[in-house]
Write a protein of this length. Structure first.
Length: 143
């Protein structure tokens, strides 16, 4: 009887190697499309949550921030196009980078008071907390 390990394959076997040498698959959209999620730091302070999203190379106009049904969505899209005309050739290059991140907001935040600022490649969001409701105890007299 022979034991065969399943669920694993070498990168040098089967379709991996043939895909690498197949020029049609090497340069197709799936191979070249790299999705990068920005790193996010979440800090909790006494009166607010602070989100720091590392997104260098973007501009303020590239971002879209929405709050709906207790969810915070941060997304961005940036397109760059370059064209170089020389005597014997034309070179056109373009790139698109985009991301979308969603966060569930806790119930103790003020959704309508979220502030954002983009500075030095970092998007900062301040999400203020609601003031805690103080219930004054009432003494009930027994008759």
């Amino acid at each position: 009887m022979t034991l065969v390990k399943k669920g694993w394959s070498s990168p040098f076997s089967g379709s991996y190697l043939s895909d690498f040498f197949n020029a049609d698959k090497l340069f197709d959209d799936a191979f070249l499309q790299v999705e990068r999620m920005p790193a996010v730091n979440i800090l909790e302070k006494e009166k607010a949550f602070i989100l720091e999203v590392a997104v260098p190379g973007m501009e303020k106009a590239d971002f879209k921030i929405e709050v709906k049904d207790g969810m915070l969505e941060i997304s961005a899209r940036k397109e760059e196009k370059h064209e170089e005309l020389k005597k014997q050739y034309t070179r056109k290059e373009f790139s698109v980078s985009a991301f979308s991140r969603m966060f569930t907001l806790p119930e103790n935040v003020q959704e309508n008071a979220i502030a954002a600022e983009y500075k030095n490649g970092v998007l900062y969001l301040e999400i203020p907390k609601k003031e805690p409701v103080v219930v004054n105890a009432k003494k009930v007299e027994i008759k």
